[in-house]
Write a protein that binds this ligand. Structure first.
Ligand code: GDP
Length: 298
């Protein structure tokens, strides 16, 4: 929690500070409520969730002589929004002696390859055996980058020559996972958002060849927290072409846009399961709503 708070410090925790300062005014008049709304919208909480939250705060705090502590009320209501009763456990293990396959999707630059590396490191630390598939075959750099992660973490990376069919790399990676008795295969995919039909073809094919061999236990959509509405629109395209089971929100360090957690969960109907808090190997954490809200409120 301390680390999370440090990472969010100075930028995103501005959301918490701003709200608390506004709520501690003597009179909660219309101007104050408007300022609170603006603060939430600026932090990417989204229109509907903002209205909902402000409505609840108003009801609870406006009552004449209310003895409720505004800070506690804000924490409680923010937590309700962020938590949304969602199951955030990662499903990484397969069944019947087969590995679980984690498919990682998202636009280029969102942090997919880095996230695959970081997840593999966590799983290896938990004594899972892991194989990585470098199915982002359109970017030679992505394959190299994943190979470097593989060396660093000590896991096998299955790759093909540049321009290989991503589905064939995914197939080989899962095959190697089965042959070596791995617990988990993580497949990095290409994030070319050329058009919806092309993406659907590509990811659909990757998923089908995997499912012929082993269960896809997670489809993680990697989303850059700093991209706001634009990122959300792209995320929606991915969620329309493949059944996303969880979101990895990257670059939450140094982003003033922590409210995007609420919006993305609401729009896509899937939980944020992991958050990226930096470029380093240890900078990925399970998303814990209570810790997140506490860090926001500083
Ligand atoms: P991909 O194209 O989706 O595979 O994206 P990459 O994994 O190559 O990441 C793109 C850039 O974002 C790289 O410079 C990463 O180091 C950086 N990056 C990834 N995750 C995070 C994060 O959580 N925080 C920060 N600050 N940078 C990140």
């Amino acid at each position: 929690l301390v680390r999370l708070r440090q990472r969010l410090a100075g930028s995103q925790s501005g959301l918490g500070r701003g709200l608390l300062a506004l709520l501690s005014r003597d009179r909660l008049d219309e101007d104050t409520w408007e300022a609170i709304e603006d603060t939430l919208l600026t932090a990417d909480v989204g229109v509907a969730p903002t209205q909902e939250l402000v409505g609840r705060l108003r009801t609870r705090l406006r009552v004449e002589g209310s003895t409720e502590d505004p800070r506690a009320v804000l924490r409680e209501e923010l937590l309700t929004l962020v938590d949304a009763g969602m199951d955030r456990r990662l499903q990484v293990s397969g069944d019947d002696g087969k590995p679980g396959v984690v498919l990682v999707v998202g636009v280029n630059g969102a942090g997919k390859t880095t996230t695959v590396g970081k997840i593999s490191r966590i799983l290896v630390a938990e004594e899972h055996s892991v194989v990585l598939g470098a199915a982002d075959t359109f970017r030679a750099a992505a394959v190299e980058q994943l190979a470097t992660w593989g060396e660093r973490v000590g896991v096998d990376v299955v790759r093909g020559p540049e321009g290989t069919d991503p589905a064939s790399v995914a197939f080989e990676a899962v095959k190697e996972g089965i042959d070596t008795g791995a617990d988990t295969v993580i497949v990095d995919t290409a994030g070319r958002l050329q058009n919806k039909a092309g993406l659907m073809d590509e990811l659909g094919k990757v998923k089908r060849v995997i499912e012929k061999q082993a269960p896809v236990t997670e489809v993680l959509l990697v989303l850059d927290a700093t991209t706001g509405q634009n990122g959300l629109i792209q995320a929606r395209v991915f969620s329309e072409v493949v059944d996303v089971t969880g979101i990895v929100l990257t670059k939450l360090d140094g982003s003033a846009k922590g409210g995007i957690v609420v919006q993305v969960q609401r729009e896509l109907g899937v939980p944020v399961k992991l958050v990226g808090l930096g470029e380093g190997a240890d900078d990925l954490a399970p998303f814990e709503p209570a810790a997140f809200v506490d860090a926001l409120l500083g």
